[in-house]
Write a protein that binds this ligand. Structure first.
Ligand SMILES: Cc1cc2nc3c(=O)[nH]c(=O)nc-3n(C[C@H](O)[C@H](O)[C@H](O)COP(=O)(O)O)c2cc1C
Length: 358
């Protein structure tokens, strides 16, 4: 039975299929509960939420499912010095982006407000609400935090983009590790070396990590059907994490146009860029993304670049100027088929059954 693995045993779920959590408002209660109710593990990306918002979301998820689910945060949530940047750095970014604000017909925003890390406060909420699973990216948790989570019976899951990161997570004592290949949509969660130097494909990374770490490994990046699941399990994965295919379903928090884009010809081309948030991430290749390639030094650090660009993004969406926007998405997008999360879950299971036997 392919679907009985160390991960299903540890988490108390029926199938080793995790729905990738999405930060930045793209997760939804409906998506999480649909996946968990179908026997997988729904995941909610909460790194942009306030502690109270996390409490409220958690209550809604618990009202929609009594199955385990995963709450996700970012250990490192900014790359600024003291939360801000110099006026010179802001002027440089403003100059680079001015033509795009002009094109969208809106004024340049001022220097973004100073950012204050939220992680410590968010973590307190995790201790209080005790999700069955807590996953995190962009770092390793301090030993006392990990101990406390374990003491509360919360399973911990860290994300690695390199073998070194996986070993660091393993040594820290996490319960399982996500092997996050560069095919994946969204941010690259690298934390030991720059993300640009940590680009390994899912199926290589999975095998490297499987060979060297003790805990179960979850393959993430480029998996969207039964073939992908069967391939990952055959290469040693104890579960898979599927992101882009769930992002494209009606239940996700993505805008309708974003979901349409994932099913369109535009999805054939994806790139890694720092242009939209300040950290490296994969999205559908747009004109502005191509034009900004190689100009990373002129972007603001994460997350100030996100705030700087937010009015441009909104205006471009309002005016349907799609070539000015980045829509997150992974390399597997062109083969996506399903628009309903429950149907996608069912199809992932049935397709894998056909290949691996039920
Ligand atoms: C839009 C988007 C946002 C994401 N946000 C997060 C996040 O906040 N935390 C996290 O651990 N992973 C995040 N991910 C990664 C996914 O959870 C998952 O690992 C990844 O999408 C799997 O690769 P795939 O897109 O090829 O299926 C995000 C992915 C996408 C596409």
């Amino acid at each position: 039975m392919w679907y009985k693995t160390k991960v299903t045993d540890m988490l108390g779920i029926d199938y080793p299929v995790l729905q990738g959590p999405f930060g930045g408002g793209l997760s939804s209660v409906e998506l999480v509960s649909t996946v968990s109710n179908a026997g997988g593990l729904g995941g909610y990306g909460a790194y942009t939420l306030s502690p109270q918002e996390i409490v409220d979301i958690d209550a809604k998820i618990r009202a929609a499912t009594d199955k385990p689910y995963n709450l996700n945060l970012w250990v490192s949530d900014h790359d600024t010095h003291n939360g801000t940047v110099t006026d010179e750095a802001y002027e440089q970014t403003a100059k680079l982006f001015k033509p795009y604000f002009d094109e969208a017909g809106i004024p340049l925003p001022g220097k973004p407000a100073s950012f204050k890390s939220r992680f410590e406060d968010q973590l307190q909420v995790v201790f209080d609400i005790r999700p069955r699973v807590f996953s995190f990216m962009f770092g390793v948790l301090p030993p006392d935090v990990l101990e406390k989570l374990k003491g509360l019976g919360i399973k911990t899951v860290g994300a690695a983009t390199t073998l070194d990161e996986a070993i660091a997570l393993d040594n820290s004592g996490v319960d399982m590790i996500i092997a996050s290949g560069f095919e994946a949509g969204g941010h690259r969660p690298s934390f030991l070396a720059p993300a640009e130097q940590s680009l390994t494909g899912t199926f290589v990374l999975l095998q490297l990590i499987k060979e060297k770490v003790k805990v179960p490994v979850v393959a993430a990046g480029g998996i969207a059907n039964g073939r992908g699941i069967a391939g990952a399990l055959t290469l040693g994965a104890d579960a898979v994490q599927v992101g882009t295919a769930f992002l494209a379903t009606d239940e996700s928090g993505a805008l309708p146009v974003h979901r349409e884009m994932l099913f369109s010809d535009a999805a054939k081309y994806t790139s890694l860029t720092r242009a939209y948030t300040g950290r490296l991430g994969r999205g559908l290749t747009s004109r502005v993304m191509k034009e900004l390639l190689g100009k990373e030094k002129q972007f603001l650090p994460f997350p100030l670049q996100t705030s700087f660009i937010s009015s441009l993004r909104k205006a471009a969406i309002d005016k349907q100027k799609w070539d000015l926007i980045l829509f997150w998405g992974g390399q597997i997008s062109p083969i996506l088929k399903h628009k309903k999360a429950a149907v996608l879950m069912q199809s992932l299971i049935e397709e894998t059954n056909l290949i691996m036997g039920s």
